[in-house]
Design a protein around this ligand. Structure first.
Ligand code: AMP
Ligand code: GLY
Length: 446
């Protein structure tokens, strides 16, 4: 059944990409966004209901006669937006609050993984400093210390410095850093290459979107602090068909079975943050986990992975999400285009440490209208002909190509035409194992 009216909840680059991809379906559905952003408002009807206002979103969905709501951000899931929509009988693609705990509690995710037999690092939750410090000594360096609850992407420390690990664990327990959480998670360090695999799930069936690799560190060469993501490449070279098969069989399928058996079926995008381990590592480590281990789950589409994955998705995307929302997703509902895509985040100069909010980006609009180049907005504000940077990740430039290397060349060539001030980007997104280096381009007007 063709879906003709859709509401997308959220305001970031991920939601812009979702709205864009939904509107591209052959029957050109009408896409409404809330609260959206200035960039999205040029193309889509925009409402001003907050993403965490569950009752307001139900009302808006009814008023605007939408047949499907797609929920982007975790904050909306945690606010019970999906639960409220389902209760009101409105099809919703997005995890219930209970299922979204896979993202909001590291320890809950570990418990479900243990029950489901999903490969992941051994982890321990401790309520006292003495126990946590002893665990750090036992597991040895590098140390991995995690705050249990949501911590705005800053709740994980990986370090070889025992004193730093102890201090972080103590802060998690005292509540001085992330508020009182009562316990800290300490886990075994996993070696390998990271990749993001996102499954569209209907509670029982699923299909995998093209795998992606996110670049989380702020600066070139994976230096600097962690961010929400500075760019992504799809497909991720490390995720071979065999790795996908293992992920489907050993991660996604058992997670869906276990979540359903617990009475909290998983409907929505299940983001599997994976460590793909070299043959050498997984054959020699004690208690071999196999070629794939889960680092984390998120209960939503990745940002910025979505901006790189969706241009490669072929088929009726809105019908697939609606089918998933109604428990009847066919595993072959979508297919994959050949080639690759790269997305580059344009960020506030101070990101992620502080917000300058003084940036301007010029030339973005001139990149639009080509079949192989897409601009997705997030933290921008329209000011005449200029896009102002409100803060954080402002916008994304995505390019597609016959392979990831061509996409990368094209994306950086496009970014090199941009002007303005007080914004920056990484110049090595998509480089690395499996992707030949692109020609170096200037950073353009910074
Ligand atoms: P998370 O928020 O759990 O994804 O952790 C943030 C980042 O920390 C991940 O993307 C990894 O780079 C790193 N990390 C987390 N857990 C581990 C682990 N057990 N072994 C190695 N690196 C890890
Ligand atoms: N790119 C990582 C995330 O969406 O959490």
């Amino acid at each position: 059944m063709a879906i003709s009216r859709i509401l997308v909840v959220g305001s970031g680059g991920r939601e812009h990409a979702l709205a864009w991809r939904l509107a591209r379906d052959a029957h050109a559905p009408h896409v409404i966004v809330t609260p959206g952003n200035d960039g999205m408002a040029r193309t889509f009807e925009r409402l001003d209901v907050s993403e965490t206002d569950a009752a307001g979103i139900v009302r808006a969905a009814r008023e605007h006669a939408v047949e499907l709501v797609v929920v982007g951000p975790e904050s909306a899931l945690a606010a019970g937006v999906s639960d409220a929509l389902v209760e009101a009988g409105i099809p919703c693609f997005g995890a219930s609050r209970a299922a979204a705990r896979l993202e909001s509690s590291k320890w809950f995710a570990k418990e479900v993984m243990r029950e489901a037999g999903v490969p992941t690092a051994r982890a321990f939750a401790w309520a006292t400093e003495a126990e946590a410090f002893a665990a750090l000594e036992t597991l040895g360096a590098p140390h991995v210390v995690k705050a249990d609850g949501l911590a705005a992407g800053k709740g994980v420390l990986v370090t070889s410095d025992l004193a730093e690990a102890r201090a972080f664990a103590a802060d998690c327990l005292s509540g001085s850093r992330f508020g009182a959480q009562g316990r800290v998670v300490i886990e075994e360090f996993l070696r390998g290459e990271e990749a993001s695999v996102i499954a569209l799930c209907d509670g029982e069936h699923f299909l995998l979107l093209p795998p992606a690799r996110d670049h989380k560190r702020a600066f070139d060469g994976d230096a600097g602090p962690n961010t929400g993501g500075m760019g992504a490449v799809a497909p991720a070279p490390v995720v071979t068909r065999e790795i996908e098969r293992v992920t489907a069989e050993r991660v996604v399928a058992p997670m869906l079975r276990t979540m359903a058996a617990r009475g909290t079926p998983y409907v929505g995008a299940l983001y599997c943050g994976l460590m793909v381990r070299s043959t050498h590592a997984h054959s020699t480590e004690a208690g071999s986990l196999g070629p794939v281990a889960v680092v984390e789950f998120n209960a939503r589409f990745g940002d910025p992975e979505t901006q790189a994955m969706l241009p490669l998705v072929v088929g009726d995307f809105s019908a697939a999400l609606a089918a998933a929302a109604q428990g009847r997703l066919a595993p072959d509902a979508l297919s994959r285009g050949s080639g690759g895509a790269v997305t580059i985040a344009l960020v506030d100069e101070g990101y992620p440490v502080s917000t300058f909010g003084t940036g301007t980006i010029e030339g973005l609009d001139a990149l639009e209208g080509r079949g192989d180049l897409f601009v997705f907005h997030a933290g921008t504000r329209r000011d005449g002909d200029t896009w102002r940077v409100k803060g954080g990740r402002a916008a994304y430039v995505t390019a597609t190509g016959e392979n990831a290397a061509t996409a990368r060349e094209r994306a950086y060539a496009a970014c090199a035409t941009l002007r303005g001030a007080h914004w920056r980007m990484r110049s090595d997104i998509g480089a690395g194992p499996g992707v030949p280096a692109a020609t170096q381009h200037g950073m353009g007007g910074q």
